[in-house]
Design a protein around this ligand. Structure first.
Ligand SMILES: Nc1ncnc2c1ncn2[C@@H]1O[C@H](COP(=O)(O)OP(=O)(O)OP(=O)(O)O)[C@@H](O)[C@H]1O
Length: 445
């Protein structure tokens, strides 16, 4: 069963070519001004004019701040890094607050490495392993070499390769008809996809089809790899980490937070800067999204202020649903959104507004389709009412239990009676708060 998260229905900002938002598009409903402002930010990020800036998304709970930020990530695609954190993540007993922030900052800064490699590239037209008697005796046979013929638009070439390369070919599951390249220096083999000539007529396929390469089989090729600074830090924190950024990229391992020291980071920065100066690498400032930013304290804000001014800063997007509140880490300094005045001054604020009844109905409809919940009209209208009178989140959360009840009652359609039944089972936050106040009043009497 596929897992569905609360934002899975969001596929992008849903803007047209001129950057205007329609009522409902790409899973997003309403919030047109906020979506259009985000659209401008996407363009500025793409043209690299946004680094070191901060954006604050402010609005009441469940008005789509996180949803719009995730839509921005979808618009940016996977070549621009996007790192998402919730502010309370910084409070760990093992890792310093600033360390957590620094790690997320570096996850949001990408590096595009370009390397000119000498390769053999083409579509495999022949793949024949040659066997010989095992030189150590015994009955088995061993592979002495492998014959691979590669074809390009310009011509074809037969290569006689070492048995170790054959192992790599097997590991990459390469067959005749695949387009591959073999690096001359390292012997590593990379499968780029299946040749266009084998493309089928299916509407949906897992296979990626690539055109027949141009030029000679033996050539110099520019290979591009996208990594983040955090990837390089982690690769380097290994005891056997290499000295060369490019060689380290291939050795990415699991996170080992405590091993990445400030010294290591500054060493990585020096190497990265050298690569940038030589034109081998290009810095790609990405996006760091910090949700519930009012949870950060003064120490974190001071750190953020400094980090935003550094030459390699990503774009930072904050989100909060608080109005005027005390800045954490101070005695009683109140500030809008719980952000210190100087940091607030640096940010551009995007506002999200409460949804109308129509918009709430539309979102519930999209979600019910996404979660495969068949609602009848009355049930949909009633859920809309619930969403409008309590919160959108509460209405969305009732969908799954209602569907579950429907299964118990052996029906496929969730009707008004079922929605009323689940709404009786689970209380929303507002009703719960009112009940508690009443209880308190009774107690005081
Ligand atoms: N404009 C929208 N279109 C479609 N779905 C939306 C929209 N806005 C919010 N949603 C959905 O409503 C739910 C709540 O939204 P979200 O978590 O983004 O709110 P939020 O503003 O970040 O809330 P909070 O301030 O409590 O963190 C999510 O499931 C989200 O996908």
């Amino acid at each position: 069963m596929a897992r569905i998260s609360c934002h899975s229905h969001i596929k992008g900002l849903g803007l047209d070519e001129e950057g205007n938002a329609s009522d409902t598009s790409s899973g997003l409903v309403g919030q047109k001004p906020a979506r259009e402002s985000m659209g401008i930010i996407v363009d500025m990020i793409r043209s690299k004019k946004m680094a070191g800036r901060a954006v604050l998304m402010a609005g009441p709970p469940a008005t789509g701040k996180t949803a719009i930020a995730l839509a921005l990530a979808q618009e940016l695609g996977n070549k621009i890094p996007f790192s998402l954190m919730v502010a309370s993540e910084v409070y760990s007993s093992e890792v310093k607050k600033t360390e957590v922030l620094m790690e997320n900052f570096r996850k949001a800064i990408g590096l595009r490495l370009k390397e000119i490699k000498e390769v053999y590239e083409g579509e495999v037209t022949e793949l024949v392993p040659c066997e010989t008697e095992n030189p150590l005796g015994g009955y088995g046979k061993t592979i002495s070499n492998v014959i691979v013929t590669l074809k390009t638009v310009k011509g074809s070439k037969q290569l006689k390769l070492d048995p170790t390369v054959y192992e790599l070919i097997q590991r990459e599951k390469i067959e005749v008809g695949d387009v591959i390249y073999i690096e001359v220096n390292t012997g590593s083999v990379k499968r780029q996809g299946r040749s266009d000539a084998f493309a089928t007529e299916y509407d949906l396929e897992a296979e990626e089809y690539v055109p027949l390469p141009k030029g000679d089989v033996h050539k110099k090729k520019e290979v591009v790899q996208d990594v983040t600074l955090h990837d390089i830090d982690t690769a380097n924190s290994r005891s056997d980490g290499g000295q060369d950024v490019l060689s380290m990229v291939g050795q990415l391992i699991k996170n080992k937070k405590t091993e990445i020291t400030d010294r290591l980071r500054s060493e990585v920065n020096v190497i990265v800067n050298r690569y940038i100066e030589r034109g081998v690498a290009e810095l790609v400032p990405g996006v760091l999204f910090i949700d519930e930013v009012h949870m950060l304290d003064l120490e974190c804000f001071t750190y953020l202020h400094r980090a935003l001014e550094s030459s390699i800063s990503p774009i930072v997007i904050f989100a909060t649903n608080r109005g005027r509140t005390v800045v954490r880490g101070t005695e009683d300094i109140k500030s809008p959104h719980g952000l210190p005045a100087d940091l607030l001054d640096r940010t551009m604020v995007i506002k999200t507004m409460p949804f109308t009844k129509e918009e709430i109905l539309q979102i519930i409809k999209i979600r019910s389709q996404f979660e495969n919940v068949e609602l009848d009209d009355e049930a949909l209208v009633h859920l809309g009412e619930i969403g409008f009178n309590s919160t959108l989140r509460y209405a969305l959360q009732l969908l799954s239990p209602a569907n579950y009840l429907a299964k118990i009652y052996k029906t496929n359609i969730v009707d008004l009676k079922l929605i009323k039944e689940v709404a009786d089972c689970f209380m929303d936050a507002k009703t719960s708060a009112k009940t508690l106040i009443k209880e308190d009043e009774k107690f005081m009497k």
